[in-house]
Design a binder for this molecule. Structure first.
Ligand SMILES: Nc1nc2c(c(=O)[nH]1)N[C@H]1C(S)=C(S)[C@@H](COP(=O)(O)OP(=O)(O)OC[C@H]3O[C@@H](n4cnc5c(=O)[nH]c(N)nc54)[C@H](O)[C@@H]3O)O[C@H]1N2
Ligand SMILES: Nc1nc2c(c(=O)[nH]1)N[C@H]1C(S)=C(S)[C@@H](COP(=O)(O)OP(=O)(O)OC[C@H]3O[C@@H](n4cnc5c(=O)[nH]c(N)nc54)[C@H](O)[C@@H]3O)O[C@H]1N2
Ligand code: SF4
Ligand SMILES: [Mo]
Length: 839
């Protein structure tokens, strides 16, 4: 096959991207660029043209950046020579960043794990001997079996995070199949959960509209999110929206890359955003600037809350027959199931047991579905039961949060409060682009609860140009369900969230019962680098594990602390598919070259380990194609009727929506239990119950409220550790991926901590000084860069570096493992440090 990419005339955005791609390839493949105009200008040193004899395959970038950029992989003689961006049929989703383009470098990186390696020195000392795959599988099979026989099945833990977003070799599926087959303990997630937890409470979903629909927004409110770095594809859609007249507003304590390109930057004090959202909620309700039609018809605002039970007044409160049926056996359940399915098919609410509202004209309670103009405020008595409307209760709840208080406590100006207010109340549509900045605080879910409620009552959800969230996720609409990972009669012991897993490993107990975990298999995760409180992980967790295996592409910190390291094939060596985040495509990832060195693809490694454990019936030998066929047949994806053969031909297939009519979720009903935007949570439950005490939270969690941050707001701690430490996601790495990449290291040669002039001067620090950033948990030694885009009181560091890249220590020693009992999410940014000068 010859190259398909002929050069475009002129320097359009597309050809610029291609040229950038070539420039990256140039460093490695030894090519020269004579003009800026495209592929024909590229001449290899041996005189051949760039596309002669090339085999071009399609791949997808799959780190947790989640933009799922599509690429052509150009290979010659079994060697990758360059990557170029490949277009999605929706142009705005096409494109990439330099990380993706440098995948070729990662393929041939000297950081790769090349062979199975067994530790010979101390853990972490980086001394290894090469062993064969046979030896590796035999040893792992014996050790895992021995440990499970001695301590119980749960004693083997599988630690996974988000290394690879693909369906076969990614963090989700085969990992679950393996954990089910071995009945191991599977690690859940305590990361990126707070924002979604609260969004689900109100809207039953998050990121309702596909990213392209941002072009229909009037205001794009970027709140605690840095899309210019974190989501380049999303940012491209935002820039297109701006060309269409949308204004971009950024709320951030940092003058971020996104803030610098916005129409309006609103600085705030970190960790106080909830107060701002509560004050806005208060005034919107008090001044009557809500969308009354939306509130009455599409939200639970008019529903009636029983004073005696705190529950919503429902049909079954007065209808004994319905009550009995609801509590009844299978027949009733299946009757309801049919009704729910029929209604869902018609896009109607699945609500069986309808709510009561107050019909003012009739002066009586009526069912929600039968009342056109229910009262939004008021207290009533229905058959002797005292009730208040949800909206009235919400109004009372937020009444203490004034603009004045927000201005005093949140570092926001009166003008900016008014500006935000106008954005919400000018008729919109307003696109709330929030993501994971505020998520990394103790009170993160409370901001999301208030902000989702605010988007709802102002009518800024469920229509074109209005969304709540950002990282739009096809998987929420069309998922591969777990059915293909089910193993007859077996299942993972417990899907333990990481913060609980650590305590369990240390204490040997789970919810009061013995629960020893003694072996760990790390895959698709750089656990030791990305988990908080690194010193406790290394000194308290790891020593309690008798055997640690790391499956990774590169020698990361996690690999370094393992007993055995298995070489995983890089993405260009894997055949896979991806249900994208960021855009609504199902995309293929073809195998561009054979696995390098002695590396193997994840599913092959799992199959080998299962075989060595006597579990080949549970995980039989199959080819990648056979496994992918199974995935294509699984629940939702199966219903789409798309076959793997079709995907092989088309490479990327839109799953929902169209270029002309982007997908909008919830135009009629929300995927909540009631089908409505739920402004009142009847039975608040923690996101994950691992036995924590959350009793004091249940009552207040019914509606948004204020609780401060943990360390950031701790005045007593501020005396010793006056700076908040933000270790943000860096531009040139996705977490730790690309940590050792030559091109990325040229752009960002070493880890740095940033302080503003005032904070630096007050410590006698000048540009480039070596400084020590520390707190009670640990320290890191790095050079300092002065940056006046930072507020006083903040130390800032793009994250991802591995331990040996710092002068000493690591930023991850400074974070802690405490989680809010409701959101159960790590609070990486809710920490305090001091910075001092010192070699
Ligand atoms: N201090 C601090 N810590 C943080 C955060 C923060 O803001 N501050 N952010 C947190 C967040 S939001 C997240 S999502 C987590 C991310 O945590 P991780 O998911 O652990 O992030 P990565 O660094 O991308 O590590 C993934 C690992 O998977 C490997 N990998 C990639 N592809 C494959 C594959 O096909 N097979 C296998 N076996 N391995 C593969 C990569 O080489 C890499 O070592 O980090 C969290 N940690
Ligand atoms: N380049 C790159 N892209 C990535 C990743 C990466 O590592 N590198 N990681 C991916 C993953 S897993 C994730 S979770 C996302 C994360 O993507 P983002 O959500 O953009 O992540 P962050 O870097 O945590 O922070 C976003 C912004 O929140 C701001 N912020 C911090 N504290 C506060 C606060 O109290 N209030 C407000 N209003 N803003 C605050 C920060 O200053 C920052 O500008 O990015 C994904 N994309
Ligand atoms: S890192 Fe993200 S933006 Fe960059 S190429 Fe990969 S998927 Fe695209
Ligand atoms: Mo994340």
């Amino acid at each position: 096959m010859s190259g398909a990419n002929s050069p475009q005339g002129g320097l359009t955005r597309r050809s610029f991207l291609k040229t950038t791609g070539l420039a990256i390839g140039a460093g490695v493949a030894g090519v020269s660029l004579s003009t800026l105009d495209g592929a024909e200008a590229v001449q290899f040193e041996d005189g051949s043209k760039a596309d002669e004899g090339e085999v071009i395959t399609t791949t997808i970038c799959r780190s947790n950046c989640s933009q799922a950029c599509l690429f052509n992989v150009h290979a010659r003689d079994g060697k990758v020579v360059k990557l170029t961006p490949k277009e999605y049929e929706t142009e705005l989703y096409s494109g990439c960043c330099l990380r993706g383009l440098s995948m070729q470098e990662r393929t041939y990186s000297d950081k790769r794990v090349k062979y199975p390696m067994r530790r010979v020195g101390e853990r972490g000392a980086d001394q290894w001997e090469r062993i064969s795959w046979d030896e590796a599988f035999t040893e792992i099979g014996e050790k895992f079996t021995e440990i499970q026989d001695k301590y119980g099945k749960q004693a083997l833990a599988v630690s996974r995070l988000n290394g690879n977003g693909c369906a076969l070799n990614g963090a989700g599926s085969f990992v679950a199949l393996f954990a089910n087959a071995t009945e191991a303990t599977l690690q859940g997630f305590s990361i990126d959960q707070a924002f979604e937890y609260a969004a689900f409470r109100v809207l039953g979903t998050f990121c309702t509209n596909e990213t392209l629909d941002a072009v229909n927004a009037k205001t794009i409110l970027v709140w605690g999110f840095n899309p210019a770095w974190a989501s380049p594809q999303t940012w491209r859609c935002f820039m297109e929206a701006r060309d269409h007249g949308a204004k971009i507003v950024v709320v951030d304590p940092i003058y971020s890359a996104s803030a610098a390109r916005a129409d309006k930057y609103i600085p705030v004090k970190a960790g106080t955003d909830t107060l701002i959202a509560l004050a806005l909620l208060n005034r919107v309700i008090a001044d009557g600037d809500y969308d009354a039609e939306f509130c009455m018809k599409r939200s639970t605002a008019p529903c009636l809350v029983r004073r005696d039970t705190g529950m919503l007044l429902r049909q079954s409160d007065f209808d004994d027959e319905l009550k009995e049926k609801l509590a009844g056996g299978d027949a009733a359940t299946s009757e309801f199931a049919q009704l729910i399915a029929a209604r869902a098919a018609a896009g109607e609410s699945a609500r069986i047991d309808d709510f009561y509202v107050w019909d003012e004209s009739a002066n009586e309670a009526r069912l929600f579905s039968e009342c056109e103009t229910p009262a939004l405020f008021g207290s009533f008595e229905v058959d002797g039961i005292q009730v208040d409307t949800v909206f009235g209760l919400l109004k009372d709840r937020v009444s203490e949060f004034s603009f004045e208080r927000a201005i005093e406590e949140c570092g926001i100006s009166a003008e900016d409060m008014q500006y935000l207010y106008d954005c919400y109340t000018d008729g919109g549509p307003l696109w709330l682009a929030g993501m994971y900045g505020i998520d990394h605080y103790w009170n993160g879910h409370l901001w999301s609860f208030a902000a989702a409620s605010l988007s709802a009552i102002t009518g800024n959800v469920g229509k074109h140009g209005a969304t709540y969230g950002s990282l739009w996720n096809s998987g929420l609409q069309v998922s591969t369900n777990a059915s293909w990972t089910e193993v007859e009669g077996k299942a993972a012991s417990s899907d333990l969230v990481p913060n609980a897993m650590r305590d369990v490993i240390i204490s040997g107990k789970y919810q009061g019962e013995d629960f020893p975990i003694k072996a760990m298999l790390i895959t698709n995760a750089n656990t030791i680098s990305n988990e908080p409180d690194q010193n406790s992980y290394i000194n308290e967790v790891l020593p309690r594990l008798e055997y640690i295996v790391s499956m990774d592409i590169e020698f990361t910190d996690s690999a370094r602390y393992a007993d055995l390291v298995l070489p995983v094939s890089f993405w260009l060596e894997q055949e896979d598919i991806r249900i994208n985040n960021g855009n609504p495509y199902l995309a293929i990832s073809e195998k561009a070259i054979d696995s390098l060195f002695e590396s193997k693809v994840d599913f092959e490694i799992f199959t080998g380990i299962a075989d060595a454990m006597g579990l080949s019936k549970e995980i039989p030998q199959k080819s990648a194609g056979e496994w992918i066929d199974l995935i294509m047949d699984s629940k939702d994806l199966g219903q789409s009727g798309i076959t793997y053969d079709r995907l092989k031909k088309e490479k990327a297939i839109r799953l929902v929506g169209s270029k002309e009519n982007p997908f909008v979720q919830s135009e009629k009903t929300f995927p909540t239990n009631s089908g409505l935007a739920e402004l009142y949570c009847e039975s608040p439950a923690p996101r994950y119950d691992f036995g924590q005490d959350y009793s004091e939270y249940v009552d207040k969690e019914r509606m948004p409220y204020w609780e401060s941050t943990l360390e950031v707001a701790d005045e007593s701690l501020a005396a010793t550790y006056p700076l908040q430490f933000l270790q943000v996601h860096s531009r040139w790495m996705t977490h730790t991926q690309w940590f050792g990449n030559e091109s990325m290291n040229e752009l960002m040669p070493e880890p740095l901590v940033y302080l503003n002039q005032h904070e630096a001067e007050s410590r006698g620090i000048v540009e480039n000084d070596v400084v020590r950033v520390y707190n009670d948990r640990g320290y890191v030694k790095v050079r300092c860069h002065i940056h006046n885009g930072l507020q006083d009181g903040i130390a800032w560091m793009p994250k991802g570096w591995q331990r040996d890249q710092f002068i000493e220590g690591c930023y991850q020693e400074l974070s802690h493992t405490k989680v809010n009992p409701m959101s159960v999410n790590y609070n990486f940014y809710d920490i305090r440090v001091q910075v001092e000068k010192g070699e």
